[in-house]
Design a protein around this ligand. Structure first.
Ligand code: ZN
Length: 394
């Protein structure tokens, strides 16, 4: 193809692309979200007692919905009766009210099967992989999803959050089996992704449910796991999925009784249905179709640089999720070029944001505000990214 004809093809494509951008970014009701974490010291220092300033700063970049963790580990960021302790100087219920007064919607993030504090005292909650290994290899201190007492406890926390905050959206984060998807690149071999949970409780519960008996020759956890995966793989995946779906269903029913106006959002791993031999089901236990009756929004965490994809993947995965669920999809995208991703320019961030807002998306959530307010070097880069948000969100 000659230079001129190639140019003739590109021009209309660019034109369509920019129209699409305007259409989705400016459409009324589009959700423009920002993840803000009070576990980060920069954020806390800057806004601890000045939520009005936070609301004003978020508005400056066109954000209309704040997403924030209302507890982390055993610590609540509000006066809690259910949790172990509450931060004495932080009450995000006050922030929720300030946001409301400033027309910023409030999305409360509830971490479910992630609790770095509880596993310090409850080693039986530490998940075990198919090799019989229960060692955490990174920051993600996930919890085995089948302990009844823990599930009940987390459900009571979620109910308290619903009652006390009356959030516009209640977000279920880490509502899945353990997998550090942030470290899984597209060329990863499916059997290299750690597969959980084969702890004694899970092995017992699964074999009881399906009336199975391990052959007497199997002693080690790794042997039992291999036997399950080889002989009862489909049942195993179905059981994992059920353990996750059932929890989301129980949240849905409980929250509906508290306030039917509260929307439920589930954060999903950023894998297409077929990727890594259906790892979203097999490894994460997230069956988006099965979750659909209990969920108002799905929010895939498509931090594309982190997972070695190009920006277009954000749109592709959003479209696939919509096709499967017919539910509103809110892709979450990364803002920052951290050390490993120096080539993530503000131009590419803009491109990512545009892809995130394209139909059938109903908005986008940027991850995270701390990246834009850190004090130190690279202020010009942060300013460039704030300008991108202003331009595309407003
Ligand atoms: Zn387990």
């Amino acid at each position: 193809m000659g230079w001129l004809s190639r140019f003739a093809l590109i021009v209309p494509i660019l034109f369509i692309f920019s129209c699409d951008k305007r259409q989705s970014a400016k459409s009324t009701g589009s959700l423009h979200g920002m993840k803000v974490y009070f576990s980060q010291s920069e954020t806390r220092k800057k806004y601890q007692n000045d939520f009005l300033k936070l609301a004003a700063d978020l508005k400056t970049v066109g954000v209309n919905t704040i997403f924030t963790t209302v507890y982390e580990g055993r610590k609540a960021y509000y006066p809690s009766r259910v949790m172990h302790s509450s931060e004495p100087k932080l009450n995000l219920i006050e922030m929720r009210d300030v946001m409301k007064q400033n027309d910023i919607r409030f999305a409360a993030i509830c971490q479910i099967f992630y609790d770095p504090d509880i596993v310090l005292n409850r080693s039986d909650l530490i998940p075990v992989d198919s090799h019989g290994n229960n060692v955490y290899v990174d920051w993600q201190k996930m919890v085995c999803p089948t302990d009844k007492e823990y599930r009940q406890y987390k459900l009571s926390v979620v109910k308290e959050v619903a009652k006390k905050f009356r959030p516009d959206i209640l977000c279920l984060d880490f509502v899945r089996y353990p997998t550090t998807w942030e470290l899984v690149l597209p060329n990863e071999k499916p059997d290299q992704i750690r597969d959980f949970c084969f702890c004694n409780r899970c092995l017992l519960s699964f074999t009881q449910k399906y009336s199975l008996d391990f052959p007497d020759s199997l002693i080690e956890t790794a042997q039992k796991a291999a036997w399950i995966l080889e002989n009862h793989g489909e049942q195993w995946t179905a059981w994992k999925v059920e353990n996750i779906t059932r929890f989301v269903k129980s949240v849905r029913l409980a929250v509906e009784r508290i306030d039917p106006n509260i929307k439920i959002l589930v954060h999903t791993v950023p894998w297409s249905s077929e990727q890594f031999d259906q790892a979203i089901l097999r490894i994460a236990g997230q069956d988006v179709k099965a979750l659909t009756p209990y969920v108002d929004y799905f929010s895939p965490m498509i931090y594309h640089k982190m997972i070695g994809q190009d920006a277009e993947f954000i749109h592709d995965l959003t479209a696939e999720l919509y096709e499967t669920t017919r539910k509103p999809i809110l892709p979450s995208i990364q803002i920052e070029a951290s050390n490993e991703f120096q080539d993530y320019t503000s131009n590419e961030f803009e491109q990512a944001l545009i892809y995130a807002l394209m139909t059938p998306s109903v908005g986008a959530v940027a991850f995270n505000w701390g990246n834009l307010i850190q004090i130190g070097t690279n202020e010009s880069d942060r300013q460039a990214r704030r300008l991108v948000l202003q331009k595309v969100f407003q």
